[in-house]
Design a protein. Structure first.
Length: 543
C-alpha cells in the first residue's frame, strides 16, 4: 500500500535533489531517501556499472521497482533520479505519493555543478552543455506535468533553500496537499453549467465524472497534450466509474488540425465506441481540441454532452466557456460550427506549468481583452501584476482566470447565441482572424498573438473614427509590449488581402463591415458599416 505523505523531489541532474533533500529532511525531521543511492546499495555496484551491464532499459526497470518500494515506505523526503519521470507509471506513482516538487536550475549553474562529474553515464559526452540541453528539452515538460510545486534551486545554499522551500510547503498545505482552493463559477445559460478552477483537478475522478449521464466517454486530445495528461484523466474516470466504456481519439497539434477531416475522425471514433445519446466527449487540450471536439459532440446524434478540460490559458479564459464550437476551412477561421453549451468546464491550473512561455503570453492576450472591453480596473490590475503573471505565479494566474471567466460567463449568459452583446468578446478578432487566415494557420502568429495585434488595430481604428483617443490606443500598445506580445502586422501580409479576408468574417452583415471597437479602456461597442478606406488606412500604417 503506497504512503501518501511523501515529499518527492524531481528535476535534472545538478538541480540539488540529494543535497537540498537532505537539508529539507533534517529541517522537517523526516527520513531522507535517495533513490539512486538505494539502487546502488541493492545492486552492490554503481549506476554507471548498471548502465554498462544492463543498458538504460534495464536500469529504468530497476529504477521503477525501487521507486515503487520507496513510496510504499513511511513518509520521507525522496530524491529521484533525473530520468525517473520518463515512465508514465513513475509519474503517476509519485503524484499519488504526496507532494512532488520540481527543482529548477538554470543551465549555467547546472553546467558549473557538473563540469567535472565522472559518475553519471548520460553526462559523459564531449559537449556537456549540449547533452544537458538535449536532456532538459526532453524532460522539462514531464517535470512540470508531474510536479505540484516548482522551486528555483539555482542560487541559494542548501540550508537557506531548504528553509525557503519548507516555508512554501507550509503555506501551501505541506503534506495535506498542494492544490489551490477550488473555485467554481456557475454560468447562467439555458442549461446552467459550472466552471471549476483549481490545481490538480485532472486527478479528481469524482469531479470529472460528475457531469456524466451515461456509460460512454470519448477523450479527445492532441499529440502534445495526451502523453502528459490522458492517462491521468482516464485513470481518474475509471476509479470513479468502473463501469465506463472509455475510448481516446488523438489529432495532431496546432490550428492547422481544426479541419472537417479531423471532425470526421472524431465522429468515426464516437461510432466505434457506440456512444449513445447520454454519452460524453471530454475535450482535453487547448482551443483547437475544444472547438473540434465540441462541434463533433454537437453533431453526434444531434447533440451529446461535452466536458471541456482546457490545458492552455487561452482555452481556459476563452474557447472553453460559452459553447462556441467550429472548424476552419480555407476561406476562413471558424466558418463551420455550432453553438453547443458544455456540461462543465474543468480548468486544472497545474497544466499551465507545461505551457511554453510563448503560449502563456498568447493566453494573456485574451485575458487583457476582458479588461479592454468591460473592465478598465482589470487592465490596471494586469499591469500591476504583469511580472508575476509572466512567471506563471499560480495565485495570480488563478485570479486572472477567474476574473476573465466571470466576465465571459456574464456576457454569454445574457446573449448565448451572439445576437448582440456577445459580439463584444470578438474585440480584436476581426483583424486577428484575417491575419491567421492569410498566414494559412500553420506559421507566423498564433491565435493569441494575432488577437493582440488585432486589439491594437481595433483601438487605432476607434481613434481614427473619433470614438476614442489615440492616448488610449498607445496605452494598450504599451501594456501588450509589457506582456511580450506582438503589436505589428507581420511583414508580407498585404492590407488589401487582409481586408478581403475580413469580408468573409462572421461579423460582417449585409450593410458592410462590422467591427468591435471601443470608446476607451473598458468600454467596447459594436460598430456597423465601417468605411473600408478607414480600415485600409489603419492596416497600411501598421505594416
Amino acid at each position: 500500500m503506497q504512503n501518501r505523505d511523501h515529499l518527492v523531489l524531481v528535476g535534472p541532474m545538478g538541480s540539488g535533489k540529494s543535497t537540498l533533500g537532505r537539508a529539507l529532511a533534517a529541517r522537517l525531521q523526516r527520513p531522507f531517501v535517495d533513490v539512486d543511492a538505494r539502487i546502488e546499495a541493492e545492486a552492490g555496484c554503481s549506476i554507471a556499472a548498471l548502465f554498462e551491464s544492463e543498458g538504460e532499459t534495464g536500469f529504468r526497470a530497476r529504477e521503477a521497482r525501487v521507486l515503487a518500494a520507496v513510496l510504499a515506505e513511511p513518509a520521507a523526503v525522496v530524491a529521484t533520479g533525473g530520468g525517473a519521470v520518463l515512465a508514465q507509471a513513475n509519474r503517476a506513482a509519485m503524484r499519488d505519493a504526496g507532494i512532488v516538487v520540481y527543482l529548477q536550475v538554470d543551465a549555467a549553474t547546472q553546467l558549473a555543478r557538473l563540469q567535472h562529474d565522472s559518475t553519471r553515464p548520460l553526462l559523459q559526452a564531449p559537449d556537456r552543455a549540449q547533452r544537458l540541453s538535449r536532456l532538459q528539452a526532453q524532460r522539462e515538460p514531464l517535470y512540470r506535468a508531474t510536479a505540484h510545486l516548482l522551486f528555483d534551486a539555482s542560487s541559494l545554499a542548501p540550508e537557506a533553500a531548504a528553509a525557503t522551500l519548507a516555508g512554501q510547503l507550509d503555506n501551501l498545505g505541506a503534506t495535506t496537499g498542494m492544490s489551490t482552493p477550488l473555485q467554481t463559477l456557475t454560468v447562467a445559460a439555458a442549461t446552467p453549467y459550472p466552471i471549476h478552477i483549481g490545481a490538480g483537478l485532472l486527478d479528481d475522478g469524482a469531479l470529472l465524472a460528475q457531469p456524466l449521464r451515461g456509460r460512454h466517454a470519448l477523450i479527445v486530445s492532441d499529440a502534445n497534450i495526451a502523453p502528459l495528461y490522458a492517462d491521468r484523466v482516464e485513470a481518474a474516470l475509471r476509479a470513479a466509474r468502473p463501469e465506463l466504456h472509455i475510448a481516446r481519439h488523438l489529432i495532431g497539434a496546432g490550428e492547422a488540425e481544426k479541419t472537417l477531416a479531423n471532425f470526421s475522425g472524431v465522429i468515426d471514433a464516437l461510432a466505434a465506441l457506440g456512444a449513445s445519446r447520454d454519452g460524453c466527449v471530454y475535450a482535453l487540450g487547448g482551443g483547437v481540441v475544444g472547438d473540434l471536439a465540441g462541434f463533433a459532440a454537437a453533431c453526434w446524434m444531434r447533440g451529446i454532452d461535452i466536458v471541456q478540460l482546457p490545458t492552455t490559458l487561452l482555452s481556459m479564459v476563452d474557447s472553453s466557456v460559452g459553447g462556441k464550437t467550429a472548424v476552419d476551412i480555407p476561406q476562413g477561421k471558424n466558418l463551420v460550427g455550432a453553438f453547443h453549451i458544455p456540461r462543465a468546464v474543468i480548468a486544472d491550473t497545474a497544466t499551465l506549468r507545461t505551457l511554453p512561455p510563448r503560449e502563456l503570453r498568447a493566453g494573456l492576450a485574451e485575458v487583457i481583452k476582458y479588461g479592454a472591453i468591460v473592465d478598465a480596473g482589470f487592465l490596471h490590475w494586469l499591469d500591476a501584476h504583469h511580472a508575476a503573471l509572466l512567471t506563471g505565479d499560480d495565485a495570480m494566474l488563478a485570479e486572472a482566470i477567474a476574473c476573465s471567466c466571470q466576465h465571459k460567463a456574464a456576457i454569454t449568459a445574457r446573449d448565448p447565441l451572439e445576437h448582440g452583446e456577445r459580439a463584444l468578446l470578438n474585440f480584436g478578432h476581426t483583424f486577428g482572424h484575417a491575419i491567421e487566415a492569410e498566414q494559412g494557420y500553420a506559421e507566423g502568429l498564433n491565435h493569441g498573438e494575432a488577437v493582440a495585434v488585432g486589439m491594437l488595430l481595433a483601438a487605432r481604428l476607434s481613434a481614427a473614427l473619433g470614438l476614442a483617443s489615440w492616448t488610449d490606443a498607445e496605452a494598450l500598445r504599451a501594456l501588450l509590449l509589457r506582456f511580450g506580445l506582438p503589436v505589428d502586422v507581420p511583414a508580407g501580409l498585404a492590407p488589401e488581402a487582409l481586408l478581403a479576408r475580413m469580408r468573409l468574417d462572421k461579423k460582417v452583415q449585409a450593410s458592410g463591415l462590422r467591427f468591435i471597437l471601443w470608446d476607451g479602456a473598458g468600454a467596447a461597442r459594436i460598430v456597423a458599416d465601417v468605411d473600408e478606406s478607414a480600415v485600409l488606412a489603419v492596416l497600411r500604417d501598421a505594416g
